[in-house]
Structure formats: structure tokens, C-alpha cells
Design a protein around this ligand. Structure first.
Ligand SMILES: Nc1ncnc2c1ncn2[C@@H]1O[C@H](COP(=O)(O)OP(=O)(O)OP(=O)(O)O)[C@@H](O)[C@H]1O
Ligand SMILES: [Mg+2]
Length: 485
């Protein structure tokens, strides 16, 4: 049985150790307390008392001061110095009634003091008082311990909660990143699907128009020859014989002289029209190479022209008679470029994105002008191409739109960044173009923009592409947006 079990089993009234070198005193006190239901033990000397306390700590000690060998003060000091016995209350017993002795008794750790000869009621009252205090002290210690355990448990639970909260936060962050990537991939798919459907549509239209146009084109030359021969024949006939009056009347009614002059011109302008339609069909077919996945060696000017062709409804065509014109003027400053190895369909997509942005910007600028009561500035987009000695092709697309503030320039290449209203812009055009140029073609795409003056994008592409897939740029690997304008 453990010591604590023994303590729990002892009398409910308290376990008291009486220490006195006089057997009479021991007997008297033992009887007095025993009758009141206390469990009483006795020790005849200081050392015997210490042994008894160590064997089974009592709830209270009544300790005589004057004892041979080891007096009460010394016993008390030893008890107080020990952690297991230090809290046991000690009531000193003495015939001495000197105040100095009482002071000393309290200084060495005594809880109370009883002077001999003993008054029964006083002894019992003081004993009961100390035992009650001791019990309360023990209860307090116990509830303190329980409280500390609870605090400890709560702290542990809090730590666990904090850990799981951190794990949850991290998981949420991971999920957010995954969701963003998914959204981006989805939008990229939508964009490329859109471009490839446009390519398919254009290819389909070009194919359908191509056959009848070839048919007309093929027949137009002989038709012109036949008309020329017939006119020559009429001319020869008119010269060789006088015209009968009824034939002359018919010739006058159809205004033969005018027909003779106009027919060749009419056929000539039909030829010009057909040539132009054939040029358009060629452009459509060039543009519709969008879904070609392979690298090809092509003339970039064809790609630019075919993209302009697709955008022709937004571009200035012919001047009106009063000198005014609709749409944006395109100025081409094409340099002498060799054929370039590239993914032509994807480059067309980049030209399309940059040119569309330029046309949008010019239109927006003009709407703002009109809203502010100012007259709009004629829109102009200049496309320049040139080569550098580093075997690099440059394509510059400059517009005279309203330009971009710094805050827009900083985020221009960020996926989903747009200043356009919902439904008009997805904010993917520039980020996709940036990837196509830097990752697919190992080139660069930079932008310079001045508010109120315009914007220029410059694409550079090395003349020859390496067959291995290029690495993404370091800024992107670090999760940063591409370099700002
Ligand atoms: N030439 C330009 N002039 C002025 N602002 C421009 C020009 N080009 C791009 N921007 C700005 O950059 C933003 C991002 O362009 P981006 O092409 O990536 O997306 P978008 O045109 O808004 O939408 P999307 O091209 O996906 O339909 C535009 O919303 C616009 O504010
Ligand atoms: Mg755009």
C-alpha cells in the first residue's frame, strides 16, 4: 500500500503525532485527543519523531520544545527543510511562556503555540483549527493541481488546434493555387479553341469560295479575248460595207459605240476584282493555319497581312469623296525579312491579340474624346519589321491610342488582367502572347507606353528555332509576372 493510500485511509478526524520526552504528558494528551476521535501516535524524542513522520506523515504534530539531545525547534527546522514534511503544521508545547520563545517558535515554522499546563478546551480548539486549516490547504493543493492539469490539457488541445489550423490554411492555399491554375488552363483552352474555330471557319469559307472564284478567274481571260475578237469583227464589218438603216437603228438603240468602249474596261475591272478576291482567299488560307502544330519556315509579312485581312472591317479602306474615311489607318513599314522558322498559327494569334488591343485602345480613346466634347484623333497603327545582326527578327506594332498608366503596364502580362468590361475582355490575350513568344519561340515581347501618346509592342524572334523546347523564363519559374513594360 502506498503512502498516499495510507493517508487516505486514516481517520477522518486527523492523524496526530505527539512528541514529548515526558511520558505523563504523552499519556495525557493521547487520551485527551483519542477521546475526541483523533488517531494519535507518540514519540518520546526528537529523532523518534522524525522517523515516525518519515514513515507516515501525520496531519498535525504537537511538539514539545524542551527535550534532551534534540529540542523542538531543531525538530521543527528539519521538518520544514524537507519537501515532503515541510507543509505539516506544528503546534509547539511548552511550559515557557516567554514571548521570545513564542516568537522563535513561529520563526522556525511553528503554526501555533500551547503553554503548559494544558487547558483541554484550548488544546482541542487549537488542534481542530490547525487540522481544518491543513485540510483546506490540501484541498486547495488538489484543486490547484487539477487546475494545472486542465490548463495543460487545454494548452495541448490548443496546440493541436493551431497545428490543424495551419495545416488547413496550407491546404486551402494549395487548393487556391490549383484552382487558379485550373481556371487559367481552362481559359487558355477556351482561347485556343476560339482561335482554332476561327481558323476552321476561315479555312472553310476560303475553301468554299476558292472553287467558284477559280472558275470565274479561269474563264475571264477567254471571255476578254472573245469580246475583243467580236468587237474587231464588228469594226471590220462596219468598214467593209455601208450599214443598212434597220441595223443602224438597232446599233443606235444599244449605243454600240459606248459598248465598244466600255466592254473592255468592264472586263478589266472584273479582272481586278477577281484578283483582289483571290488575294483575300489566299490571306484567309494563310491565317487559317492556326491549328498547324508543326514548326514551319514562313514569310512573317504574310501572317501580318492575313491577320489585317481578318480585321479589315475595323481598318480604314478607301477614303470617302470628301476626304474622310472610316476605321484605323494601317501604315506598313515592312523591312527586308528572310523566311523565319516559327509556329505560324501561333504567331498569327499573337499578331491578332496585339492588333485587336491596339484597335480597341484607339476606339476607346476616341469614345472618350467624343464623351468629353473633343474631336477624335484619326487612329493609326504602324507595323514595322526589321532584322538585326544578331539574326533576330523584330516586329513593332505602334498605336496612337491613349496609352496605359503605370498600374496597367505593371500587370499587362498577368493572366486575367483586363480593364475591359465583363464580356469584352478575358484578360488572357497578352499573357498567352507572352508565353507563345518567350516559351515557344525563345523570343521577347516588350511594351513601351506613354499616356496620351500611344503604345508600342516589340516582338523579337530568333531566325532559327532550336528543336528542343525552350525553358520558361526565370521570372516565371519564380511565380512572378513577366517583366513589366
Ligand atoms: N495597345 C494598348 N493600349 C492600351 N491598353 C492596352 C493595349 N494593349 C493592352 N492594353 C491593356 O492591357 C489589358 C490586358 O490586355 P489583354 O489583351 O491581355 O486582355 P484584354 O484585351 O483585356 O482581353 P482579351 O484579349 O483576353 O480579350 C487590356 O485590358 C488593356 O487595358
Ligand atoms: Mg486583348
Amino acid at each position: 500500500m502506498s503512502k498516499s493510500d495510507l493517508m487516505d485511509d486514516r481517520s477522518l478526524n486527523g492523524n496526530i503525532l505527539i512528541v514529548d520526552d515526558k511520558a505523563d504528558n504523552l499519556r495525557l494528551l493521547s487520551r485527551m485527543l483519542g477521546q475526541r476521535g483523533y488517531e494519535v501516535r507518540s514519540a518520546i524524542s526528537g529523532s523518534a519523531a522524525l522517523m515516525a513522520v518519515r514513515a507516515l506523515p501525520p496531519d498535525l504534530i504537537l511538539l514539545d520544545i524542551n527535550m534532551p539531545a534534540m529540542n523542538g525547534y531543531q525538530v521543527c527546522e528539519e521538518l520544514k527543510a524537507c519537501e515532503q514534511t515541510g507543509a505539516i503544521p506544528v503546534i509547539f508545547l511548552s511550559a515557557l511562556s516567554d514571548t521570545a520563545d513564542k516568537v522563535k517558535a513561529f520563526r522556525v515554522g511553528g503554526a501555533d503555540y500551547i503553554t503548559k499546563p494544558f487547558q483541554v478546551e484550548e488544546v482541542l480548539a487549537r488542534v481542530e483549527n490547525q487540522l481544518t486549516l491543513r485540510q483546506m490547504q490540501l484541498k486547495l493543493q488538489q484543486s490547484n493541481q487539477t487546475l494545472m492539469q486542465e490548463v495543460q490539457q487545454r494548452k495541448q488541445a490548443q496546440d493541436i488546434l493551431q497545428d490543424s489550423e495551419a495545416a488547413l490554411r496550407q491546404r486551402t492555399q494549395e487548393l487556391e493555387v490549383a484552382l487558379e491554375e485550373l481556371r487559367l488552363t481552362q481559359m487558355q483552352l477556351v482561347q485556343s479553341e476560339k482561335m482554332s474555330s476561327l481558323g476552321q471557319l476561315v479555312a472553310g469559307v476560303a475553301h468554299e469560295i476558292n472553287n467558284p472564284i477559280n472558275f470565274i478567274h479561269g474563264n475571264l481571260r477567254p471571255a476578254r479575248d472573245y469580246a475583243e475578237h467580236l468587237l474587231m469583227l464588228i469594226h471590220a464589218y462596219q468598214k467593209s460595207a455601208p450599214t443598212p438603216p434597220e441595223l443602224q437603228a438597232q446599233m443606235d438603240s444599244i449605243d454600240l459605240e459606248f459598248v465598244k468602249q466600255d466592254l473592255p474596261q468592264l472586263l478589266e475591272s472584273m479582272q481586278v476584282g477577281i484578283d483582289r478576291i483571290m488575294g483575300i482567299v489566299r490571306s484567309l488560307r494563310t491565317f487559317s493555319r492556326l491549328d498547324e502544330a508543326d514548326i514551319k519556315t514562313v514569310d512573317l509579312h504574310d501572317g501580318l497581312d492575313s491577320t489585317l485581312m481578318i480585321l479589315s472591317n475595323r481598318i480604314k479602306q478607301d477614303n470617302h469623296q470628301d476626304g474622310s474615311s472610316d476605321g484605323v489607318e494601317i501604315v506598313k513599314r515592312y523591312g527586308d525579312l528572310p523566311r523565319v522558322e516559327c509556329y505560324p498559327g501561333q504567331l498569327n494569334q499573337v499578331f491578332m491579340n496585339i492588333l485587336t488591343n491596339a484597335l480597341d485602345a484607339i476606339e476607346d480613346g476616341n469614345s472618350q474624346c467624343l464623351a468629353q466634347g473633343r474631336s477624335p484623333i484619326p487612329g493609326q497603327v504602324t507595323i514595322s519589321t526589321w532584322m538585326t545582326e544578331a539574326q533576330t527578327v523584330h516586329i513593332g506594332i505602334l498605336d496612337n491610342g491613349p496609352g496605359m498608366p503605370d498600374s496597367v503596364q505593371q500587370r499587362l502580362f498577368d493572366p486575367f488582367f483586363t480593364t475591359k468590361p465583363i464580356g469584352r475582355g478575358t484578360g488572357l490575350g497578352m499573357s498567352i502572347s507572352y508565353r507563345i513568344i518567350t516559351e515557344r519561340h525563345r523570343g521577347t515581347l516588350t511594351c513601351t507606353s506613354t499616356l496620351g501618346q500611344g503604345t508600342e509592342f516589340v516582338i523579337t524572334i530568333p531566325l532559327q528555332q532550336s528543336r528542343s523546347q525552350p525553358q520558361p523564363r526565370q521570372r516565371e519559374e519564380a511565380g512572378l509576372s513577366p517583366e513589366p513594360c
